[in-house]
Design a binder for this molecule. Structure first.
Ligand code: AMP
Ligand code: ZN
Length: 508
């Protein structure tokens, strides 16, 4: 197996990746007992509105990375956080909390709002075949949502579930002299952390469109950031301003956005994690701040590899509500595009390449994906016979080798897909060899290629009825209802995989 090389934003180059050895399991694996474990933290979504397809690109990237590491023989212990408090409208520390703005607009509690969108997020992950470990999501206490997946654990901790850990972390920073108090909160003093900004792009933080950092006269340095924000004082007896606020040693308030990631990553994965990911928008502020507060509190390196996914544009423009160009997963079906067709399209570019969404491009990917499914079906129907009469002992290992080389070269998924198409055309291989290789490759690409084959499976009558009801909703283009029925089926242990012409039930 060739080494896996990943582009590390810290060093600005591709580096050979191996996990660090930690704990008893690490020591045992280093002397040949058991698999090595990789610890990975993926910055998760803010759940005050639906995720758009660009957001999901970030999680397809994280999932592909996790699958690639597993393909390389590692266990992956993964954490994806759910931001249900503290993400302010801008990256600066002024402005309102996105969740509170929605609470006021919709006159609903933050709990209700975050549960709705977390549930929807899980349904989206399922539709895109992104592995979630314990897919019950919000039904379980997410402090401990370990799941029986291929990997030992994927956890989805919510920020509001880890308030004590965030307070403890701020206390540690205070003890070490990294904090100061202003009239609106407790701040991290970046001048006390000389390595501040080692991921780079700091100077961009204040300049980029949408990232306006309003001057706060009480801040000692422009890059200082809030660790804890105070709730605005209310008159005695009046209703509180926020429905999310907690007592703390500094006053009633709520955590800043960045502190949740440091607190949950270190609590669940240890002080030094192997891989941390996010979108490129996180580099200048969020990730530099995560590094500062984590490393200042422990004195240890926080993450060894930082990987960042490039953005998705729509018709050449940034995805933004004000431009009205946002596309959601639910919009795909009306154009004959399925979530897995979208996944295929994302895989046709490197995660580090900016992509431009057009319906034409994604429909082209949908057609290619369906052609691939058709070919897999054809291979299985034809059985294990050789396509040509030639002996072909070495063909399958060759494809396995070049597929791995492409994947291990910083997840070159476009090349991996091209190799699959080359293999499909290869007349030197038997159908069985092709199917065996495809099974292995699909474990990494997550395209559910084998839904195209396999006979009818006896499902319980209730499940069949729900599926029929959903088929009708889908035919009538009632996508809201069909999404709801997908969630119901998911909660009962069944996934649905759609192509533009049919839907298939799969037992989880
Ligand atoms: P948020 O909920 O805003 O924190 O975003 C969730 C994830 O989506 C983060 O990793 C972001 O970096 C990522 N993201 C946001 N916009 C885009 C986009 N247009 N394309 C790709 N990823 C994005
Ligand atoms: Zn984060």
């Amino acid at each position: 197996m060739p080494d896996i090389r990943l582009y590390n934003t810290l060093s600005k180059q591709k580096e050979v990746f191996t996990p660090s050895h930690r704990g008893l399991a690490g020591i045992l694996s280093s002397i040949g007992f058991g698999k090595k474990t990789v610890t990975m933290y993926n910055c998760g979504p803010t759940v005050y509105q639906s995720l758009h397809i660009g957001n999901y690109r970030a999680y397809i990237f994280a999932d592909t990375l996790k699958r690639a590491l597993e393909f390389n023989g590692y266990n992956v212990k993964q954490v994806i956080n759910i931001t249900d408090v503290g993400h302010l409208v801008g990256d600066g520390d002024e402005g309102e909390d996105k969740m509170q703005v929605t609470v006021q607009k919709q006159q609903r509690s933050s709990k209700e709002i975050s549960e709705e969108y977390t549930r929807e997020f899980f349904a989206g992950l399922k539709a895109l075949n992104i592995e979630t470990g314990d897919s019950r999501g919000v039904e379980v206490d997410m402090r401990n949502s370990f799941g029986p997946d291929r990997s030992p654990a994927t956890q989805f901790p919510r920020a509001t579930g880890y308030i004590p850990e965030q307070i403890t972390l701020i206390e540690q920073l205070e003890k070490r002299g990294f904090t100061y108090k202003t009239s609106d909160g407790v701040y991290f003093d970046t001048s006390k952390f000389p390595q501040y900004g080692k991921l780079g792009n700091i100077h961009l933080a204040g300049l980029e469109e949408g990232h306006r950092v309003t001057a706060n006269a009480e801040k000692r340095n422009p890059t200082d950031f809030a660790l804890w924000k105070f709730s605005k004082e209310t008159k005695e007896g009046a209703a509180p301003h926020r429905d999310q606020e907690w007592p703390s040693p500094w006053g009633v308030g709520f955590p800043g956005w960045h502190i949740e990631c440091s607190a949950m990553a270190m609590k669940l994965l240890g002080p030094t994690i192997d891989i941390h990911t996010g979108g490129i928008d996180h580099i200048p502020t969020h990730h530099n701040n995560e590094i500062a507060q984590s490393e200042a509190s422990t004195g240890k390196s926080f993450a060894r590899f930082w990987l960042h996914g490039a953005h998705l544009l729509i018709d050449g423009q940034k995805i933004s509500k004000s431009l009205g160009n946002t596309i959601y997963l639910k919009d795909l079906a009306a154009h004959g595009v399925t979530p897995l067709g979208l996944r295929y399209w994302f895989l046709t570019a490197s995660y580090r390449t900016q992509m431009n969404f057009t319906w034409e491009a994604v429909k082209g990917a949908q057609t290619a994906y369906e052609r691939l499914l058709e070919q897999v079906r054809g291979l299985s129907k034809a059985g294990g016979s050789k396509v040509s009469g030639n002996a072909a002992e070495d063909a399958a290992p060759t494809y396995g080798k070049i597929f791995t080389q492409a994947l291990n070269d910083d997840l070159n998924t476009p090349k991996s897909l091209a190799i699959i198409w080359d293999m499909m055309k290869d007349t030197e291989m038997t159908n069985t060899e092709k199917l065996d290789s495809l099974r292995e490759f699909d474990g990494v690409l997550g395209l559910h290629l084998f839904i195209a084959i396999g006979g009818p499976v006896p499902f319980p009558a209730e499940i069949v009825d729900l599926k029929k009801e959903r088929d009708i909703a889908r035919r009538q283009r009632d996508f809201r209802k069909s999404d709801e029925l997908r969630v119901t089926l998911s909660s009962k242990g069944y996934d649905i995989v759609d192509t533009s012409t049919e839907s298939t039930l799969i037992k989880k």
